[in-house]
Design a protein around this ligand. Structure first.
Ligand SMILES: NC(=O)c1ccc[n+]([C@@H]2O[C@H](COP(=O)([O-])OP(=O)(O)OC[C@H]3O[C@@H](n4cnc5c(N)ncnc54)[C@H](OP(=O)(O)O)[C@@H]3O)[C@@H](O)[C@H]2O)c1
Length: 311
């Protein structure tokens, strides 16, 4: 059995990886996160509270579990809080990667770092793995520093970049664009959504499957894993409204500049997926299929009496 440790396991990506790994008998899993376990159905033995900015906590957990693969999902993930609090952003997204990366190096564990399209400036997407990063925000900059740390490790490493991740967790406790649009419109709340930013939204299940494929196939290096379709965020919101049969007249298209957000966003990102398709058999769902899957999972997860509450 391959021993896999996940950081930031309470997050959207972390919880989805946990749900998938628990179904795969060739892996032994340890989920870790900063706060107490919020993952529905996970046995307490499979979870440790671990702050990635504490070398001491990392050492305790690594000494106990001795992972062979570390999937580093933990991060300060919101653009504006990073812009407003760059010291905290650097601590979590740079120092944290260094500490977890070094701990992995010390025990010879493969290190998989989850990164972002926000390392690019968004002027010429879609981007391939060897395009030159040029972040336009503190968040993007901090994640790029995390990539540099990852690349310097003397163990096999992987950088997985992804884009606008959406989906639903068993605990249904992680907000993302799809859940935000759905919840707002369900409550008849008007929302404003930018129509001048373009992304390739990623179903979290596809991302998790891609990461598992990287481990299964023993791959190293940089991989771009996103959905296959480029769309404006406004048009994506309209599709969400349509799938969930909600009133799309509540959605107003706006320009990014009218939001006056502290953190700048890249205009158009998107990824060239050829490497992942060729080497990982990566086959992401299109937006229609992805949203239908979310709709089905919401139905399934809201009536899952057999699953115990969060550990
Ligand atoms: N979501 C996206 O659209 C997107 C797009 C591109 C890239 N990414 C990258 O994908 C990764 C996972 O994102 P996500 O969407 O799953 O994020 P998320 O839902 O915001 O979860 C991030 C997790 O990081 C944990 N964390 C924060 N500070 C920590 C610390 N000091 N020590 C330990 N854990 C800490 C949090 O733990 P607690 O909940 O326990 O406090 C949280 O569960 C991130 O690296 C992000 O940069 C995400």
């Amino acid at each position: 059995m391959v021993k896999v440790l996940i950081t930031g396991a309470n997050g959207l990506v972390g919880q989805t990886l946990v749900r998938k790994f628990l179904l795969l008998s060739q892996f032994e899993l340890l989920a870790t996160s900063a706060s107490e376990c919020k993952i529905k159905g996970l046995d307490t033995d499979r979870f440790r509270q671990m702050d990635i900015t504490s070398a001491e906590q990392i050492k305790t957990v690594f000494d106990e579990f001795n992972p062979e693969v570390v999937i580093h999902c933990a991060a300060m993930t919101q653009v504006d809080p990073c812009e407003l609090n760059p010291d905290l952003c650097d601590l979590v997204n740079i120092v944290g990667v260094r500490l977890v990366g070094k701990a992995s190096e010390q025990i010879g564990a493969k290190f998989i770092y989850v990164s972002t399209d926000f390392v690019f400036d968004g002027l010429k997407g879609p981007y391939s793995e060897d395009d030159q990063p040029n972040p336009v925000s503190t968040y993007g900059w901090s994640k790029l520093q995390g990539e540099y740390i990852t690349r310097s490790l003397k163990v096999p490493w992987v950088i997985v970049r992804t884009i606008l991740v959406y989906g639903v967790t068993l605990s249904m406790n992680r907000s993302n664009l799809v859940t935000w649009v759905r919840d707002s419109l369900s409550q008849q709340k008007p929302i404003r959504v930018v129509n001048d930013q373009f992304r390739m939204p990623t179903l979290v299940d596809d991302l998790a499957d891609g990461i598992i494929s990287i481990i299964d196939r023993n791959k190293v290096g940089i991989y771009h894993l996103s959905g296959p379709e480029m769309i404006s965020i406004y048009d994506f919101a309209l599709k969400i409204a349509k799938i969930f049969e909600l009133d799309d007249s509540l959605i107003t298209p706006i320009l990014s500049e009218s939001l006056s957000q502290p953190g700048k966003r890249p205009v158009s990102t998107g990824f060239v997926l050829d490497l992942a398709v060729d080497e990982l058999d990566y086959s992401p769902r299109n937006i229609q299929e992805g949203l239908l899957m979310v709709q089905n999972l919401i139905g399934e997860f809201s009536v899952s009496p057999g699953i115990p509450p969060a550990c």
